[in-house]
Design a protein around this ligand. Structure first.
Ligand SMILES: [Zn+2]
Ligand SMILES: [Zn+2]
Length: 531
């Protein structure tokens, strides 16, 4: 050893183990790894380094976000953890984990992928831990080296750092927290090309710290390690139940393209959403469909390809030459709109419309407020005026009331007497009417009786007459019928007699003939006997 260049010690025994691991893992000379493990030296800073640590702030935060992911258990150093925060938990869960680590007298190293823009988690940590936290991100060489020295001197309990910070010389390291481990910025671009995740896992293992990889979408390496966690080795998974994840996740919807990729549904969703991401499959503002000069379908004059419109220019999608009509060379086209540019324009219109609407509503509210105030003012004024006139009014009102009462009483008396007169007259009239009606009724009854008797008599006479005539007619028809029957009977009788006579005559003739025959045959027999 010829010369000591600096009194600063760039690594201790445990950090050397980490650096050796990196050297082995990435096949890099140890000297290179050591050189990369700290910012370039700025000798001037070494004399001015502040070492006093600020007093830790008391009063633990009430946040218990980590409970949802397994609480203190995930901060035990035994196995690394893949933690999948709900979208709104990403920063709070990290703050909670760091708080708990500090409460256990450890320090915490939080690694974020980018310094610009600094993530919400990083900002939240720096805000929460204020003097106790160091932002080891970017800055000039002097500032970086100073921060590094202060970290080493134990000024900070929390270090928020980008990639090189994975080697930050924090004493009593209790937690390494990696945000979004799948981010490409976690990979070092110079030799030894290390990955923050691998170094962090190795360092946590070697230094006995907990290691948490917090990401909504993990890297392939983490996903595989978490999936094989059943074997009991590699990586634990800490995430809320799937139902909670679903509830906290943004709404993802795919919609069939309607006119220019916009739909009423999409419009409604955009108006309701606090923030939204739109994925559109086509770039630019639209596609040229027809030539405005000659009316032919639009096609590239150079290659016949489709002409697209983006940023106000028509360009062939195939050969990138300026869009000119293949037939007439025209450059004005009828455009079928649709694509990212058009949709962005539409979304802006939508937003402007929303803003205009809110502005209009605000103006309306303002005017309403003014009018209300005006009304209130007038009402107050009138109340005052009324108060002034009240006494006068009271007297007048009293006078009016007495007068009204007197008039009313007179009117009621007059009306009552009138009413009595009218009632008496009515009673008398009713009596007369009822008398007259009685007499009339009696008279009518008598007349009805008389007319009834007359009618009965008349009807009896009429009935007798009818009866007599009917009997006569009946008799006549009976006689007629009887004589007809008699004639028929005698005719039938004569016919029967004649038939019987003829029959008898025929029978007698036959018997006579037989007798004659018998006689003659007897005669012949007798004759023969005699002879
Ligand atoms: Zn044309
Ligand atoms: Zn072309």
């Amino acid at each position: 050893m010829r010369r000591v260049r600096s009194s600063v010690r760039f690594f201790d025994r445990s950090m050397l183990a980490v650096l050796k691991w990196v050297s082995d893992r990435y096949l890099a000379p140890l000297a290179t790894v050591i050189d990369r493990s700290h910012p370039p030296r700025v000798a001037g800073e070494e004399r001015r380094v502040r070492t006093e640590a600020p007093q830790p702030k008391r009063g633990a935060s009430a946040s218990r976000v980590l409970e949802r992911y397994g609480g203190d258990q995930i901060l035990s150093a035994r196995r690394p953890v893949w933690l999948r925060p709900l979208p709104d938990d990403e920063a709070p869960v990290c703050v909670d984990a760091v708080e708990r680590t500090l409460a256990g007298d450890g320090t915490a190293l939080v690694l974020v992928p980018e310094a610009e823009p600094l993530s919400a988690t990083a900002r939240r940590l720096l805000e929460r831990f204020d003097e106790r936290a160091a932002a080891f991100v970017g800055g000039d060489a002097r500032e970086r080296y100073r921060t590094w020295l202060e970290i080493q001197a134990g000024r900070f309990d929390v270090v928020v750092a980008t990639r090189p910070g994975v080697f930050a010389p924090l004493p009593r390291l209790g937690l390494i927290w990696i945000c979004r481990d799948a981010h490409p910025a976690h990979r070092e671009e110079r030799a030894p090309y290390y990955h923050v995740r691998d170094v962090a896992l190795a360092r946590a293992g070697l230094q006995g710290a907990a290691c948490v990889l917090a990401s909504i979408s993990p890297s392939v390496e983490v996903a595989v390690a978490a999936a094989s966690s059943d074997t009991g080795r590699s990586m634990r998974t800490a995430r809320p139940p799937r139902s909670e994840e679903r509830l906290a996740a943004p709404l993802v919807e795919t919609v069939p393209p309607e006119a220019e990729d916009r739909s009423a549904r999409l419009g409604t969703l955009l108006r309701q959403a606090r923030s939204a991401v739109l994925l559109v499959s086509r770039r630019g503002y639209g596609v040229a469909r027809v030539c405005r000069s000659c009316g032919e379908p639009a096609a590239c004059a150079t290659c016949g390809g489709t002409i697209g419109v983006a940023g106000g220019h028509a360009t062939c999608i195939a050969c990138r030459s300026p869009g000119r009509c293949a037939r007439c060379g025209g450059t004005s086209f009828g455009i079928e709109r649709g694509g990212t540019e058009r949709l962005a324009e539409w979304a802006q219109d939508l937003e402007r419309l929303g803003t205009d609407l809110s502005a209009a509503i605000e103006r309306l509210e303002e005017r309403q407020r003014e009018q209300l105030e005006e009304v209130h003012r007038r009402v107050r004024q009138e109340i005052e005026e009324i108060a002034l006139e009240t006494r006068e009014h009271k007297a007048t009102v009293l006078r009016f009331r007495d007068e009204a009462q007197r008039v009313a009483k007179e009117a009621i008396d007059a009306a009552t007497s009138d009413l009595e007169d009218v009632a008496a007259q009515r009673r008398q009239a009713l009596q007369e009417v009822s008398d007259r009606l009685g007499a009339r009724e009696r008279e009518l009854l008598k007349r009805i009786d008389r007319e009834e008797a007359e009618a009965t008599a008349r009807m009896e006479v009429k009935f007798a007459d009818v009866e007599r005539r009917q009997i006569e007619r009946l008799q006549r028809s009976l006689e007629h019928e009887a004589s007809r029957l008699l004639e028929d009977a005698s005719r039938e009788f004569h016919k029967t007699i004649r038939v019987a006579q003829e029959e008898t005559a025929r029978r007698l003739a036959r018997e006579l003939e037989r007798a004659v025959t018998d006689l003659s045959s007897q005669g012949e027999r007798l004759l023969r006997q005699r002879t």
